[in-house]
Design a binder for this molecule. Sequence first.
Ligand code: FES
Length: 147
Amino acid sequence: MDRRTFLSWVGLGSLATSLPVALVACNSETPSASSPGSNSAGAPRDDGFVQVGTVAALETGAIVLETSSIGAVAVVRNNGELAAVNPTCTHKGCTVAWQPSGEYVCPCHQAKFSATGAVVGEGPAKVPLKVLQAKIEGDAVLVKANA
Ligand code: FES
């Protein structure tokens, strides 16, 4: 093997070993803070409330956290009233989604719940969503699990 062939093989080898790293680096994405389920909440304050989002985020629809230090959380302002629930469907545990029509709908078997978690309509769920306490302080939307 002459010097030129050897250097070609070495160059190809280093390119082949670094390509996967370069592809991963180019393809990594930072989760969007506005997409449902991608937000995270911090630790509860001394009074038990956890900040789950901002008033600005609430104005664009529901704030939905699939996990937080107090479990799953969904907060909406419906007809001017702030309401928070655990969005885990009481039928078989899917995560319900807030609809522009003003109700939560389960994607699994179409159970429907009001903004305050009450069962609506004829779906398979018979038990309301778990209600959480919610309030606004400044620009922060705060939620607390009921004892
Ligand atoms: S899990 Fe929600 S309706 Fe069945």
